[in-house]
Ligand binder design. Structure first.
Ligand SMILES: [Fe+2]
Length: 427
């Protein structure tokens, strides 16, 4: 295997030369997650995941191979009389592949910070699922990980995320790495179900979601839009590729790196309107997620239009709105910048973080531009995930957890102070 994967990261600790060596891991193979042996291949619900709709509702999404009713039975305890809600069913075809029946049902209104139990279909599924709604106010804990894929590294990352008692997962693009092989979307859905059926997973798209093939399949995002339909209508967006939502005291904006972003585009106009509606008294924190990073000192993915041109088009909007943190994926490594604006440190700018290190099959992006730019605070090519613990209206702790031989190790930790609280940076 290439020597770069075997290169060692050496960390000097203290004045007396205590050395901790960290051997950078090899990429791991794609795994395939089958349906459980006891499941009915035609009618058993599979690939269950949930997403938050507004502050008080949850969308439950799942797939059955054969047509079944789009009904969710739910209650705040296993014994309580269940309420039920109905929704819609769709499917898609891609070359010779025909998807199963994709069910989307919005349930609620729900109480915050409450465990709900649910069953799918009618008659209700024998499997009982559960999820916890998000808290109504701080503290609020996000798990954030991009470029997840489906390898043994992914499995390791998911295990660490599951242990973190997070409230909501945010994913800045590149989910399954199906890369036109549609069965891999099904496998991915089964891989993430244990987590994604228990906490809302809010995602945006990456380049691996495009899946166009010249002549044969010209429509982009076919599988992504069908399988991971986010609540875009609720934020006035006309596209599943960009949307926003509030959770507790945080306004989260999901942008689309692979749709139009220039100043004439629908996405740009929607973003202008969405930022105008943000009330920092109600949502003191403002986060943005997108796939292709605007700040990046890795040699991978330099000067791509989705990074360079999107930054040129939209950076002023985010700066004027005093966005707290911009999370990106795409580069398979971790990097944290200081607060920046137009390539210079700026106390009123956003912190930029690349968290494209979920565990995909392509492996790590291990080469960096030397010397390290001053605005880059921490960079490392390892798999891992991030946790943003928003403690209150002004302080949040960010930790990056490296998958160190399958153990989650905190390798970077920092407290953020919202720039909207800094007198000369107020919105
Ligand atoms: Fe990517």
């Amino acid at each position: 295997m290439e020597a770069r994967w075997l290169s060692e990261l050496v960390i000097l600790v203290g004045l007396f030369g205590v050395v901790l060596a960290y051997r950078r891991p090899l990429p791991r193979r794609t795994i395939s997650v089958p349906l459980p042996m006891d499941a009915d291949p035609d009618t058993s619900p599979q690939q269950v995941h949930i997403s938050q709709v507004g502050q008080n509702n949850m969308k439950i999404s799942w797939i059955t191979q054969s047509p079944t009713p789009a009904i969710v039975h739910y209650a705040p305890s296993p014994q309580a009389n269940a309420s039920f809600a109905t929704g819609s069913t769709s499917s898609y075809s891609y070359l010779a592949y025909q998807s199963g029946q994709i069910h989307d049902v919005v349930i609620g209104p729900l109480n915050p910070n409450t465990l709900y139990y649910y069953r799918l279909g009618d008659p209700p599924s024998s499997t009982q699922y559960s999820f916890k709604t998000t808290p109504p106010s701080f503290p609020l804990k996000f798990a954030i990980v991009g470029d997840l894929g489906q390898t043994d590294w992914t499995r390791s990352t998911l295990q660490h995320v599951a242990n973190s008692s997070y409230d909501m997962l945010l994913l800045p693009g590149d989910l399954s790495y199906a890369d036109t092989v549609q069965d891999r979307w099904d496998s991915y859905g089964r891989l993430v179900e244990p987590l994604a059926s228990q906490r809302p997973w809010m995602v945006t798209q990456g380049n691996h979601e495009i899946e166009t093939i010249p002549v044969l399949h010209s429509q982009p995002f076919t599988a992504y839009n069908a399988r991971w339909r986010m609540p875009f209508e609720q934020s006035g967006s006309d596209s599943n590729l960009y949307y926003s939502f509030d959770v507790a005291g945080v306004h989260v904006i999901m942008l689309g790196s692979y749709t139009d972003f220039d100043s004439d585009s629908a996405q740009y106009k929607w973003l202008v309107g969405d930022l105008q509606k943000v009330d920092r008294n109600k949502t003191p924190w403002l986060l943005v997620l997108l796939h292709a990073p605007w700040y990046n000192s890795n040699t991978a993915h330099q000067n791509e239009p989705q990074s360079y041109d999107m930054k040129a088009s939209m950076e002023d909007l985010l700066y004027q709105a005093r966005v707290d943190v911009v999370f990106a994926g795409h580069v398979h490594a971790y990097e944290r910048f200081t607060r920046v604006y137009k390539d210079k440190a700026d106390n009123c700018g956003s912190v930029y973080i690349t968290i494209g290190d979920g565990g995909n099959r392509e492996g790590l992006a291990s080469k960096y531009i030397d010397p390290k730019p001053e605005i880059s605070v921490f960079r490392e090519a390892s798999f891992g995930h991030g946790i943003l613990d928003v403690v209150n209206a002004t302080h949040a702790q960010w930790t990056w957890h490296r998958n160190d031989d399958d153990e989650a190790v905190v390798a970077d930790s920092v407290w953020f102070n919202s720039p909207s609280t800094v007198p000369n940076c107020k919105v």
